[in-house]
Structures are given as structure tokens and as C-alpha cells.
Design a protein around this ligand. Structure first.
Ligand code: GLP
Length: 233
């Protein structure tokens, strides 16, 4: 694992945006895995402002989001679909047909999960995937106890994850389930960048540094991957 400690959240966001944009320059058809949450917000801001100068940044890029809540419509204000439109997709030249997010409102959720896995494979697999980190070590919505050979599926959210994300649901109706890429799905990405910023991630970062590899600590699966960069601030 390559570890980079940045001076602050701004510097981490600059670095992550540079990695993302350099990857697109190297391969304009790259397949990206993309996270949501508070951490990547400024990275996306940086990407958007760079892309307003570099015409056609995302013209041929394909993206797959890591996860989406179940039981809310795509255009619900708390959905990851809404998040991605607001922070990235509405401001860049991506073809909406190339911007994939699991559909948590699909009538047949297991068919939707299978469809999503197949769409990733049909696109040639993930090239570069960005991840946030849950305070409990979750990546995407793979909570502690998730098997490392897991694929895209429906999961129940832990109470700690629901309360960490409660502010996105001011009506108090925080979803109980989500669709998430599995750990095996994520590990098939050629390169991975993990973003962790703030006090509440310190303990998880220290645990990741410790070298422990355990299904009780999902992020530790990344230790088995040959090309992971961890950006910390
Ligand atoms: C959420 C998301 C994860 C995200 C993590 C950290 O529950 N499903 O993909 O990485 O929690 O979020 P934040 O960046 O807001 O701390």
C-alpha cells in the first residue's frame, strides 16, 4: 500500500482530483469506481472546476458508483443518484448512459445486483476506484463481517452507519438497506485510492496500518490488492 499524508482536507482533495484527472488523460475511456459521502465532495469540486477548463474531460469515461440506498426513489434528495448529479454529473460532459448507479428502487433487487455486476464486466472491469472509509472500517456499504469474496448485493445497514448518514434524511426516515458492490467486486479494480479525512477516521486508519487482515474490518481486504494508495488528512 502507498500511504500519503496530506496537510489538510483541501490538500487531500487536490491530490485525489489530480489522480483522477491524470487517469482520464492517460486513458480517456477509463472505467472509474466512484464513492459518495462527505469525503469526496471537494475532490469532485476540484474535478468539476478543472473540467470546465479542459473541454471533453469525461466524454468517453464510464463510471460505476459503489452503492445506493434501497427503498427510496432515484430522485429522493438523500439518494446517491441525487448526490452524484449535484456534485459531479450535472457539471461535466459525461454521457448519462455511461454513469452507472445501482437502482435501489428496482422491483427485483437481486436481478438489479446481477445486472450491475454484468454491466461492470461488460465495460471491461473497473480501472480506477476511489473509496471512502467508514469509521467502523466499512468500504462502500460492506459492513464488518462481510466476506472478502462478496459481490454486488443487498445489505442491511448497521445502526452506526445509519446514524452517521442521518443528516441526509432530515425527515428521520433513514434507509435500512442498500445495494453495494461487494469486496471482491472492488478488489478487481486495477487501481484503488482510499480517502480518509478527519478525527473520526483516525482509529480506522490506525487499524488499517496495523496490518491486521480480517473480515471484521472490511478495509483490511485492500491489503491483498497490489495497487492501493491511501490518502489521509
Ligand atoms: C457511507 C458510504 C461509503 C462512504 C462512507 C464514509 O456510508 N456508503 O461509501 O465511504 O460512508 O462517508 P463519509 O465520507 O461521509 O465519512
Amino acid at each position: 500500500m502507498n500511504w500519503e499524508t496530506l496537510t489538510d482536507y483541501d490538500a487531500l482533495s487536490d491530490r485525489a482530483a489530480k489522480i483522477l484527472l491524470a487517469a482520464i488523460r492517460r486513458d480517456p475511456h477509463i472505467v472509474l469506481g466512484l464513492p459518495t459521502g462527505r469525503t469526496p465532495v471537494r475532490t469532485y469540486e476540484r474535478v468539476v472546476s478543472a473540467c470546465s477548463r479542459e473541454y471533453h474531460c469525461f466524454r468517453d469515461v464510464v463510471t460505476f458508483n459503489l452503492d445506493e440506498y434501497v427503498g427510496i426513489e432515484q430522485n429522493h434528495p438523500g439518494s446517491y443518484f441525487t448526490f452524484m448529479k449535484r456534485h459531479l454529473f450535472d457539471h461535466i460532459d459525461i454521457d448519462p448512459a455511461n454513469a452507472h448507479i445501482p437502482n435501489g428502487a428496482a422491483p427485483d433487487l437481486s436481478a438489479e445486483c446481477a445486472r450491475y455486476e454484468k454491466a461492470i464486466a461488460d465495460a471491461g472491469g473497473l480501472g480506477l476506484t476511489f473509496l471512502g472509509l467508514g469509521a467502523n472500517g466499512h468500504i462502500a456499504f460492506n459492513e464488518p463481517g462481510t466476506r472478502f469474496d462478496s459481490r454486488t448485493r443487498v445489505v442491511a445497514l448497521t445502526e452506526s452507519t445509519r446514524s452517521a448518514n442521518a443528516s441526509f434524511f432530515p425527515d428521520g426516515n433513514v434507509p435500512t438497506h442498500a445495494i453495494t458492490m461487494g469486496i471482491a467486486t472492488i478488489l478487481e479494480s486495477k487501481s484503488i485510492v482510499l480517502l480518509a479525512s478527519g478525527e473520526e477516521k483516525r482509529a480506522a486508519i490506525e487499524r488499517l496500518r496495523s496490518g491486521e487482515i480480517s473480515e471484521q474490518f472490511p478495509a483490511s481486504a485492500l491489503r491483498q490488492h497490489p495497487d492501493v494508495t491511501v490518502l489521509i488528512a
